[in-house]
Design a protein around this ligand. Structure first.
Ligand SMILES: [Zn+2]
Length: 90
């Protein structure tokens, strides 16, 4: 059974991965626009990649969804431990 990632700082299970230097082919994006009554204009919430044919990236980092600490090393170790059950224990 898979175990959730656990933040070493606050114990939260949610995390956000930010990928940099992406090379994406055949991607579908969602662009979010939110109307602000105060400013009387739309604010752009950014593009979200919903789907892509290929995605290559140069690097990335991970942030905890709870305390926003940098948990890149912990997430990398977690993903490695989930990838191949035969490896990682040694
Ligand atoms: Zn945390």
């Amino acid at each position: 059974m898979a175990e959730p990632f656990k933040c070493p700082h606050c114990g939260a299970h949610d995390y956000v991965v930010v990928l940099t230097g992406c090379n994406i082919t055949g991607a579908t994006l969602h662009d979010a626009y939110t109307w602000s009554e105060e400013a009387q204009e739309y604010s752009f919430g950014g593009s979200l990649v919903v789907e892509s044919e290929t995605l290559e990236n140069e690097g990335g980092s991970a942030l905890c969804g709870g305390c926003e600490a940098d948990v890149t090393d912990a997430v990398t170790a977690y993903q490695a431990s989930q990838g191949d059950a035969a490896e990682g224990e040694a």
